[in-house]
Design a protein around this ligand. Structure first.
Ligand code: HEM
Length: 492
């Protein structure tokens, strides 16, 4: 009996290997270069992601095999600018892959989906039109500029106070508190007040929820069988990773309440303001608001704070650049505005160069090849294949950016020694591209501008602490990047 069962298992195993080998030998993707195992599995990519080396793994494959790399049986990576344009074209039909269903506050992979998670173009266009009104540069300046500025001021006061008492301060933690308070105010109508206590990710349940949700979603996406087994096994399923989604959704109640507030009231959130602009359009349900509020918190906290952390680190690592930037922002009068900051050439150059090398989401953006297939870079790619681009590689292409690994603000300065080319402008996509480009980019820029300007004005002469080294700041990434050492300590 035992022998029979073993024989059956063995036969099924051999048959599945044979079927896979047969299918692999006939795939039109075989013409695309890539490692031998990619014909059978994309597991090495998943493993690299789980060990927080996602973008580095795919970047190495690009360096070895070129701009088109087959990374799995039905997965291709592309870093060629012409194909990038085709894949991310506005109104194009390369839709987001189901991968995105996993990145939100709902139970991993399950609807209802927020803007970020949506794959259906009609649902997405409708939601984007509605929420997009609140995220234009003009609307953000009118509604939230004072609030953003005040949160940055509070973060810097917190940094100074902590540095005075401890001798050293982790700026990443303060930028996380700042970004969390900004996005929670916009989405919930009331800040989570992380800045009040300078709580870090270990202490604050909200930060922890975001981290746990990201990890559990990734596990569910890459290893659904394992995730589902764990989810239904008593004792294991009590672990916080299976309940972070519920906790996050329940936080969304405040967003629902404040969506009914008067648009100019103290507690009005973006939903209240959008309702006013659309003459009380009530098309967003209670659940939609909960999902969007949680989803924007996930998308808008670690992104801005990690970028700002890398910005300060990159500048403090270059004393000449630091004093030039300190001079530029110190020359501003009191009460300067975001539109004045936007015109400062060095500040602009520092932000763009930071986004090029250390933008927080340089990750693969997977899309599905539409019915009828596509011809990319001379390769015929069948419908249903997943094609992904990643700005990590595009931003480090030596054909597009001179000496790409070098942090060099000159490339963004008018008349700088290596001024940016049109190809580089097209490849520069820290916020993605096309109809799925980051809806929060103007808010992020406003936070980056106020954050950098006020920091280098108020903290002249700041230095990196000895514990902050190129090694501790090495990028780790699972969807978003973060420093390997988790902190960025400085002395003031
Ligand atoms: C430096 C900061 C940020 C970076 C580098 C960044 C990066 C990105 C990227 C690359 C995408 C495109 C994803 C894709 O196409 O697959 C994206 C989309 C998105 N981002 Fe951001 N982001 C930042 C800040 C923010 C902020 C502050 C918010 C909101 C408060 C936000 C909300 C979103 C949302 C909702 C989407 C989905 C848009 C859609 O599909 O229509 N992001 N972001």
């Amino acid at each position: 009996m035992k022998t029979d069962l073993l024989s059956i298992i063995l036969a099924v195993g051999i048959a599945s290997v044979l079927v896979k080998t047969f299918l692999a030998s006939r795939s039109p993707l075989n013409r695309i270069p890539g490692p031998w195992y990619a014909r059978f599995t994309d597991l090495p990519g998943a493993m690299a992601s789980m060990s927080r080396q996602q973008v580095q793994y795919y970047h190495k494959l690009h360096q070895q095999y070129g701009p088109y790399v087959r990374v799995g049986p039905r997965n291709v990576f592309v870093s060629d600018i012409d194909s990038f344009r085709i894949i991310h074209k506005i109104g194009g039909n390369f839709l987001k892959a189901d991968y995105y269903h996993y990145f939100g506050p709902t139970e991993a992979g399950e609807p209802p989906y927020g803007l970020f998670q949506m794959t259906d173009p009609k649902d997405h266009a409708q939601r984007r039109k509605l929420l997009g009104r609140g995220f234009t540069a003009t609307s953000l300046r009118a509604e939230w500029e004072d609030m953003v500025r005040q949160k940055v001021v509070d973060a810097i006061v917190g940094m100074k106070t902590e540095a005075a008492s401890k001798g050293v301060v982790d700026i990443r933690r303060w930028w996380m508190c700042m970004a969390s308070d900004v996005v929670s105010k916009v989405m919930f109508g009331k800040s989570f007040d992380a800045l009040k206590e300078g709580k870090d990710s270990q202490e604050d349940p909200w930060f922890e929820l975001v981290q746990i949700t990201n990890r559990s979603s990734f596990l569910a996406m890459q290893f659904p069988l394992l995730y589902n087994i764990m989810r239904y096994v008593p004792i294991i399923n009590r672990a916080s990773m299976f309940h972070a989604h519920e906790a996050m959704m329940s936080k969304g109640d405040a967003a629902v309440q404040n969506s009914k507030a008067a648009a100019d009231g103290d507690n009005a959130n973006i939903f209240a303001k959008v309702r006013q602009q659309t003459e009380n359009d009530d098309s967003l349900t209670k659940l939609d608001i909960q999902v969007e509020a949680g989803s924007f918190m996930i998308a808008g906290t670690d992104t801005t704070s990690n970028t700002l952390t890398y910005l300060v680190w990159a500048v403090l690592s270059r004393p000449d650049l630091q004093s030039a930037l300190e001079d530029e922002v110190s020359a501003l009068g009191e009460g300067f505005t975001d539109s004045q900051l936007e015109k400062l050439p060095l500040l602009h150059a520092v932000i763009e160069e930071t986004l090029r090398l250390y933008g927080a989401a340089p990750t693969p953006l997977p899309r599905i090849v539409p019915p009828g297939g596509a011809r990319l870079g001379g390769y015929d790619i069948p419908a249903g294949t997943e094609v992904a681009t990643q700005s990590f590689t595009m931003h480090r292409d030596p054909k597009i950016f001179d000496d790409p690994e070098r942090y060099d603000v000159e490339r963004w300065l008018p008349g700088g020694s290596c001024t940016i080319s049109p190809a580089a402008k097209a490849a520069f996509t820290p916020f993605g591209a096309g109809s799925r480009v980051c809806i929060g980019q103007h808010l992020a820029y406003m936070e980056l501008r106020f954050g950098a300007a006020l920091f280098f004005r108020e903290c002249r002469g700041a230095k990196l602490d000895a514990s902050t080294t190129p090694e501790s700041m090495e990028m780790r990434n699972l969807v978003l990047i973060e420093p390997k050492g988790k902190v960025c300590n400085i002395v003031l």
